[in-house]
Ligand binder design. Structure first.
Ligand code: ZN
Length: 242
């Protein structure tokens, strides 16, 4: 089975469409949360994803929009975007977000937005946090998003550390015996200094995955954000990929 793994679409339909066009063929999409927040087209992104066979879990922005998280925990710009998104959502989109689970297990893979220990909120940024995370899922691999940075952590049972690797574009990685936590990077607001949308193509039979990047029309998304009067900082950051 070929799986298109995406995360943190953040209401950026132009970026999502670029990824769908670039990915070629796949059997199913796995979306790792934060389909909404920050960007200008929340309903359209949910509708687009719903056109395809997919599995999805909830992220912190999805929950904040539903008022399941205290928005005071978000920075000022994120908060403004959450409130704006809340006012835009149609009943279908609301029902979609309300039904999202916190985690899913599919074969060898656990899906969690932040981390398997604290799926909605925890940022998996360091080897130390990753090492602890391996205790909180039982499958071979865990797929996470949330940081918008493509990375993988490979466990080393003999060590108190795990190995950290930046994902390289076009690199095809084989899953081995050692357990992995893999982050595809972000679709709608990449934060690794590369403004292009990031995603993974996973082959569950060959047990391989490939990290891909695709440029999208950033200016088109920015124009829609300006029209929606979304915060300037959120508009500008897209062209720098941070
Ligand atoms: Zn996010």
């Amino acid at each position: 089975m070929r799986v298109l793994v995406i995360s943190d679409v953040h209401s950026n339909l132009t970026a999502l469409d670029a990824v769908l066009a670039d990915a070629g063929s796949w059997d199913v999409i796995w979306s790792l949360g934060d389909i909404v927040g920050y960007g200008p087209e929340p309903n359209e992104c949910i509708a687009r994803l719903s056109e395809h066979e997919h599995l999805a879990i909830a992220g912190n922005h999805d929950w904040a929009v539903l008022d399941r998280l205290d928005i005071e925990a978000f920075n000022h710009d994120a908060r403004r975007a959450i409130l704006w998104t809340r006012a835009q959502l149609n009943p279908l989109s609301l029902a979609y977000l309300q039904a999202l689970p916190e985690t899913l297990i599919e074969g060898d893979f656990t899906l969690a937005h932040g981390s398997p220990r604290s799926p909605i909120w925890e940022y998996l940024l360091s080897s130390a946090v990753a090492k602890v995370s391996f205790l909180h899922f039982s499958t071979l691999a865990c797929l996470v998003g949330h940081t918008h940075v493509p990375v993988r952590f490979r466990d080393n049972p003999a060590s108190s550390q795990c190995r950290v690797y930046t994902l390289q574009e076009g690199e095809v990685i084989s899953l081995g015996q050692e357990r992995e936590i893999i982050n595809p990077g972000g679709i709608g607001q990449p934060r690794d200094g590369d403004p292009r949308a990031a995603y993974l193509l996973l082959d569950t039979e060959k047990r391989t995955f490939e990290h891909r990047r695709v440029a999208y029309d950033v200016a088109a998304t920015q124009e829609k954000m300006r029209a929606a009067d979304l915060p300037k900082r959120l508009i500008v950051r897209l062209e720098f990929g941070w």
